[in-house]
Design a protein around this ligand. Structure first.
Ligand code: ADP
Ligand code: MG
Ligand code: MG
Length: 252
């Protein structure tokens, strides 16, 4: 069981003109087994929240806290966050020259579990997860992110998540750049993990369409760096019908 608590979080981003406040007091709690969707217009601070949870150095927490089972996440290095059971998809967005997908996955698994996975079972696990995501076995021999298409990046992200089996997973814009088939395959991966574990999921998205495949228990609408409204899955249906205009009008 795990609980991620975000309390009164204020975050500024470094810009050439100095720090710019983006998040202005975010409160959010994600527990094991729950799926929370964060929705909101472009520029409302959704990715800022994801990067801050991931520990990106560009984002400065000026107030508030992030706790995982009461432990101060902001004091943890990026690696410590992963070892504590958090999966942050945006942690590895860059090309890793000369490191194959297969080696990368095994290294990450070893780092997180503290021991190397048994080769016999691990190879089968990787193959099974890749099959389920309809990935060509050849993909495992490619270098991480080198020439990956948008869809391959997303599949690789979900592959990592399924194999690393985190307690809390933060997925940002998992649906952007995916065609409908790829969206379904990626969503099935998230649902497999939800069905086979008590993972808590923070699913960040501008669009409602992924929520047709991954059912959220809670929906939070971000506007101008704050949660402007929260509700159950019906709130996503309402956003699908009405868009964000109602919320944008509020901020003027
Ligand atoms: P979202 O993911 O909801 O679209 P972001 O967290 O990416 O929102 O951005 C929130 C705000 O931070 C926006 O106003 C955006 O202009 C600003 N911002 C994001 N990245 C940068 C940057 N690199 N430099 C300056 N401002 C930025
Ligand atoms: Mg579950
Ligand atoms: Mg974003």
């Amino acid at each position: 069981m795990a609980t991620l608590e975000i309390k009164n979080l204020h975050v500024s981003i470094e810009t050439p003109d100095g720090p710019k406040p983006i998040l202005r007091g975010v409160d959010l709690t994600v527990r094991s087994g729950e799926t929370h969707a964060i929705m909101g217009p472009n520029g409302s601070g959704k990715s800022t929240l994801a990067y801050t949870i991931a520990g990106h150095p560009r984002y400065e927490v000026t107030e508030g806290e992030i706790l995982l089972d009461g432990e101060d996440v902001l004091e943890m290095s990026v690696d410590e966050r992963a070892r504590a059971g958090m999966f942050l998809a945006m942690q590895y967005p860059v090309e890793v020259p000369g490191v194959t997908v297969a080696n990368f996955l095994r290294t990450a698994k070893t780092a997180i579990d503290g021991t190397a996975p048994a080769l016999r079972t691990w190879t089968g696990e990787v193959k099974g997860a890749m099959d389920a995501l309809r990935m060509d076995p050849e993909f495992a021999t490619r270098n991480v992110n080198e020439g990956f298409s948008g869809g391959e990046k997303k599949r690789h992200e979900i592959l990592q998540m399924e194999l690393l089996r985190p307690q809390i997973a933060v997925l940002d814009e998992t649906d952007s750049g995916l065609d409908v088939d790829a969206l379904r395959i990626v969503s099935e991966g998230v649902n497999r993990l939800k069905d086979s574990s008590e993972v808590g999921v923070l699913l960040i998205t501008h669009y409602t369409r992924i929520l047709q495949y991954i059912k959220p228990d809670f929906v939070h609408v971000f506007v101008a760096g704050r949660v402007a409204e929260q509700g159950g899955p019906e709130l996503a249906d309402r956003l699908e019908a009405e868009g964000y205009d109602r919320f944008l009008a509020q901020t003027v």
